[in-house]
Ligand binder design. Structure first.
Ligand SMILES: [Zn+2]
Length: 418
């Protein structure tokens, strides 16, 4: 292990250890596993995964990467101090509201799967594509600033996407107060087919899992046959097929049904094709975001590779410790007939050591690139924000000085009377 002597800067001269290189870490992990100190070896692997992060309690983590609920690309980072932020996605060009905080209460309820016969039929005919919610949840998320926000949504399974006390980020469609003015028109950069503020995706910071959310059913309400999303496809099928004679009153002139469908159709075209395009952010406004999000996607990919490698390395540490223990046992028994087995165990152990070495080297290089991306990202966002903040402080100070000078100069000069 190399060390450098840090001189002259502080009053107390002290030793400053440079970061050990990967071969030192590898020998440490292998040695600790051989000494059956598995938890220490695992801790060491954890250090290698986080380049430049001090292993103390008071660390400042980079944050959790949050994805766009529509196209699932990495769009933003939720840092520990972040509460509510608006993120734009460079791919779909819509905006989302990200609410990050700890869950202070969660109230979940499984909902019955009894569907009316007609709704089951529509699903069978693939006319209703929405997923069937299995559970509905009401959660209260408290942001770091202390503000609490309640959210109600459903999930496709009865599993809870997060538990009380866990930190989460909920990505929702932007609320109606977020819009851009184009001439006399107001365009809301809200994703299509969702209500303003509707929760769409939950990211659990503890386990890193993302859960897509469904719209919670109206309390004690059932989907009605007269709902346009049900009526239009139903009528289309009925008019096209022979079933029309059975269900629709034969006296109802067919042109009336066709007219109804076409008018619904025109509304549907506006709603599904025209408005969503107009609501998208202009391409130019997301160009800078696109570069940042590409970087973030690479970071996300590296992090998941590191996670996979770490899990595999941890398994190997356990196996290595097991092999070493077995070798010790065979050695302690001292039976000459065990010689062949001992050679076999030794061979396996060496194989594990080599594989572990390769993995640690990969983790180290991935972690290094990850840290470089973190630096780029934080230089772009945090340093700019910090600079802006300090500039504001300087400007306020300068303005205060100007004001003081102006007041002083406006005072009548009295010195000559003294
Ligand atoms: Zn998107």
């Amino acid at each position: 292990m190399r060390s450098s002597f840090d001189q002259g800067v502080t009053e107390i001269e002290r030793w400053k250890w440079s970061r050990p290189d990967v071969s030192v870490y590898t020998s440490l992990v292998q040695g600790l596993a051989a000494a059956l100190k598995v938890s220490d070896a695992l801790k060491m692997i954890d250090y290698i995964c986080r380049v430049g992060v001090s292993p103390s309690e008071e660390e400042v983590p980079f944050g959790k990467v949050v994805r766009c609920p529509t196209c699932m690309i990495a769009v933003a980072v939720a840092q520990p101090q972040h509460g509510i932020q608006i993120a734009s996605c460079a791919k779909c060009r819509y905006q989302y509201e990200l609410v990050s905080g700890d869950i202070t209460s969660i109230d979940s309820e499984a909902i019955s799967m009894d569907l009316p016969a007609w709704e089951r039929g529509l699903r069978l005919l693939q006319l209703m594509k929405q997923s069937i919610p299995a559970a509905v949840h009401s959660i209260v998320v408290q942001t770091p600033s202390g503000m609490a926000r309640t959210q109600r949504f459903a999930t496709e399974t009865v599993d809870l996407p997060a538990q009380k006390g866990e930190r989460v980020t909920i990505a929702s469609a932007v609320p109606s107060n977020v819009y851009r003015n184009v001439g006399p028109f107001k365009f809301s950069p809200k994703a299509p087919n969702v209500y303003p503020g509707e929760p769409m995706c939950l990211t659990n910071h503890e386990n890193g899992r993302e859960s897509l959310l469904l719209r919670a059913p109206v309390k004690d309400g059932k989907l009605s046959l007269l709902n346009p999303s049900v009526l239009v496809p139903l009528l289309a099928v009925l008019v096209a097929g022979d079933a029309a004679s059975g269900i629709i009153d034969p006296s109802l002139p067919q042109f009336l049904v066709v007219a109804a469908i076409s008018s619904f159709g025109a509304g549907a075209t506006l709603n599904t094709l025209v408005f969503p395009r107009l609501n998208q952010l202009p391409q130019k406004s997301v160009d800078a975001t696109a570069i940042k999000q590409k970087l973030l996607s690479q970071y996300d990919l590296l992090q998941s590779r590191i996670k996979e490698l770490k899990e595999a390395a941890e398994k190997e540490v356990w196996m290595l410790a097991r092999m070493c223990q077995l070798e010790n046992k065979i050695f302690a028994v001292g039976e000459p007939s065990y010689r062949a087995r001992r050679t076999r165990v030794k061979r396996v152990r060496e194989g594990l050591e080599n594989s572990l070495e390769g993995r640690i080297e990969l983790i180290d290089s991935y972690a290094r690139i990850s840290s470089m991306i973190e630096i780029e990202f934080e230089m772009e966002s945090d340093v700019l924000a910090a600079e802006a903040l300090s500039n504001v402080r300087w400007r306020l100070q300068a303005e205060a000085n100007d004001e003081a000078e102006r007041l002083l100069s406006s005072q009548p000069v009295t010195t000559e009377w003294i």
